[in-house]
Design a protein around this ligand. Structure first.
Ligand code: SAH
Length: 246
């Protein structure tokens, strides 16, 4: 069974959103398992102190290395140890796929200003960020990481995760989705139709339209991904008609 072991000051937050929908069904079915271990249980004084003021001064509190170390040793679980941190390399689909292919993962969640760097080093933990913004704690980030791994486990999503995995590998963001009703009138009185090509039943035209949509949204919103994609796709050029047939 693939296992997530979460080290946190707020174990009651878990499984949280992971206990719902497909990840929750898979959890109940034993496709994966999780344990949320309370870091505070590793404090040694009677107040349960886990943090102290930062050396060098500055605001806030820092989680103590000795307490966090004991919590890491006490929590048995397979897989690499990640530390949620805005200093980390940004989490992406490649890392999700690697982690999902392994036995599981262990995640250390910070609170306050973060965790004493020495315990991160001592355990060879990998610092991972979920994006360029600052959260108040690592728990929401840990749920993001576990969610993206769990949906890749065999049997969790049927075959849909495998196919979107492939579209990610192609390096584009996704085309837009539509469902019934084909003609929809909102309160604003505007009647909005589904793009006609999607009703055509013409599979090759639909495939090409979706590819064009994926390319244009990627070019417009994600120049970083677009440049990489163009370099790997000789049929697409920077200038001129962008959406040359592949
Ligand atoms: N002092 C830090 C902010 C700490 S936020 C700074 O200025 O960068 C407290 C905790 O929230 C962190 O220890 C980390 O575990 C978590 N966290 C905050 N932002 C995060 C992000 N973008 N990705 C992953 N974890 C994050």
């Amino acid at each position: 069974m693939w296992r997530a072991t979460i080290l946190t000051l707020f174990p009651e937050m878990f499984p949280g959103l992971l206990s719902h929908s497909l990840s929750g069904k898979a959890l109940a079915a034993g496709v994966w398992g999780m344990e949320a271990a309370d870091i505070r249980a590793s404090a040694t004084d009677r107040h349960g102190t886990v943090d102290d003021t930062p050396f060098g001064g500055g605001p806030g509190m820092v989680m103590r290395p000795d307490v966090v170390d004991r919590a890491i040793r006490a929590a048995q679980g397979p897989g690499p140890l990640l530390v949620m941190s805005p200093r980390g390399k940004v989490f992406d689909q490649d890392l999700a796929a690697k982690l999902a292919a392994g036995p599981g993962l262990r995640i250390l969640c910070g609170r306050y200003e973060g965790i004493d760097q020495r315990v991160v080093e001592a355990h060879g933990a990998r610092e991972v960020s979920i994006g360029d913004y600052v959260l108040s704690g690592g728990e929401a980030a840990a749920m993001v990481v576990v969610d993206s791994c769990v949906r890749l486990l065999p049997g969790v999503m049927g075959n849909t995760a495998t196919s979107d995995e492939e579209s990610f590998v192609s390096g584009l963001r996704e085309y837009p989705h539509y469902t019934r009703p084909a003609l929809w009138r909102n309160d604003d009185g505007v009647e909005r139709a589904v793009p006609a090509v999607l009703l055509s039943g013409h599979h090759e035209k639909i495939r090409q339209w979706r590819l064009d949509q994926a390319r244009s949204v990627t070019e417009e919103r994600r120049p970083d991904l677009w440049h990489r994609y163009v370099e790997q796709s000789p049929e697409v050029s920077y200038n001129g008609p962008t959406f040359g047939k592949s």
